[in-house]
Design a protein around this ligand. Structure first.
Ligand SMILES: Cc1cc2nc3c(=O)[nH]c(=O)nc-3n(C[C@H](O)[C@H](O)[C@H](O)COP(=O)(O)O)c2cc1C
Length: 266
C-alpha cells in the first residue's frame, strides 16, 4: 500500500490532542498534510470533509471515559470512503476507559478503516496551579513516542499489500459504553476586574457559549467545560470555581500523580 498524503482530523480545545496527532504525522513522513480542525463550531457548518487515497489521523480528547458529544457529532459528518485511519484519544492521566472503542466505532460508521490506534496523555483540562494534573504533557518524551508510533505505522502501510489484509483492529473498552455522568450547569467563573474584553475566549470556545457582546457572560447550557477559555485567557481572569470540579481536580491531582505512558494498538 502506498499513501503519501494525510488528513489530520481532530477536536482539541486545549491543543494537546492536536500536538499528538502532529507528532504521529511527523513520524509517518507524508508529502502532503492537511488539517481538518473540528474544534470550533464553524466546523459544523463547513462542507463535510471527504477523504480519498489518504491516511486519516483522527484524534479526540477523553471526557469522562468517553468522547465529547460535540466531537462525535462533528466526526459523524466526515466521509471516510474506505480510507485507512489511525485513531487516537488523549486523556489527562486518569483513564481513557471506553473512549478509544467509541472512536473506533465512530470512525467505522463514518466509512474509515482503522488500522492503528493509540491512547496518549495530555495535561488535564482541570489542571491548575494549586491542583496540577499531568502538567506540560504531552512533553518531549510523549512527542518522541508519538513520532515512533508514526514510524511503525509507516512500516505497517508499506508492508500491507491491500487494506483487506489489514484485518480488524482490537482496542480496549466495553460496549455498552460507560454511562455518561457529565455536569450540565457549570461554566468557568470570571473576575470581571481582570477581564480586558480582548475576546480571546470567544475565539477558542468550541460551542459559542461565550456572549459575543459581553465575554464575561457564558451560557452554561452550551459550555462543555473544556477549559479552553481558561487556558487561553492572557489576563488569567477565568477560573473553574464550581466546588464539584474543584474537588474533582484536587482528587485527580493526588490520585493520578503517577505518570502514565502512551499505549498503542496495531
Ligand atoms: C469534561 C472533561 C472530562 C474529562 N474526563 C477525563 C477522563 O475521564 N479521564 C482523563 O484521564 N482525562 C479526562 N479529561 C482530561 C482531558 O482528556 C485531557 O486534558 C486532554 O488532554 C484534553 O485534550 P485537548 O487538549 O485536546 O482539549 C477530561 C477533561 C474534561 C474537560
Amino acid at each position: 500500500m502506498a499513501i503519501n498524503a494525510a488528513k489530520l482530523i481532530y477536536f482539541s480545545p486545549t491543543q494537546t490532542t492536536k500536538k499528538i496527532i502532529e507528532g504521529i504525522a511527523q513520524g509517518v513522513r507524508f508529502d502532503t498534510v492537511e488539517h481538518v480542525d473540528l474544534t470550533l463550531s464553524d466546523a459544523s457548518m463547513r462542507k463535510p470533509a471527504e477523504i480519498h487515497d489518504e491516511l486519516a489521523i483522527i484524534g479526540s480528547p477523553v471526557y469522562s471515559g468517553r468522547l465529547p458529544a460535540v466531537a462525535i457529532s462533528r466526526l459523524r459528518q466526515l466521509k471516510g470512503n474506505g480510507a485507512p485511519a489511525v485513531i487516537v484519544v488523549v486523556y489527562g492521566n486518569r483513564a481513557y476507559e471506553d473512549a478509544l472503542l467509541e472512536l473506533r466505532d465512530v470512525a467505522l460508521e463514518a466509512g474509515f478503516r482503522p488500522i492503528a490506534a493509540g491512547a496518549f496523555i495530555g495535561e488535564h483540562s482541570f489542571s491548575a496551579n494549586c491542583t496540577p494534573i499531568a502538567v506540560g504533557r504531552p512533553d518531549a518524551e510523549d512527542l518522541g513516542k508519538a513520532m515512533g508510533f508514526g514510524k511503525i505505522i509507516r512500516e505497517k502501510i508499506i508492508n500491507t499489500r491491500a487494506l483487506d489484509q489489514a484485518g480488524s483492529l482490537y482496542v480496549p473498552g466495553n460496549f455498552p459504553y460507560k454511562e455518561l455522568r457529565m455536569l450540565s450547569d457549570v461554566s468557568p467563573a470570571i473576575q470581571e476586574m481582570l477581564c480586558t474584553r480582548c475576546k480571546m475566549c470567544l475565539l477558542v470556545c468550541p460551542t459559542v457559549a461565550i456572549n459575543e457582546n459581553d465575554p464575561t457572560l457564558t451560557d452554561k447550557s452550551l459550555c462543555i467545560r473544556c477549559c479552553a477559555c481558561i487556558k487561553s485567557c492572557p489576563a488569567g481572569a477565568k477560573t473553574m470555581e464550581d466546588p464539584r470540579i474543584k474537588q474533582a481536580a484536587e482528587q485527580l491531582s493526588v490520585n493520578c500523580s503517577l505518570r502514565k505512558e502512551p499505549e498503542t494498538y496495531l
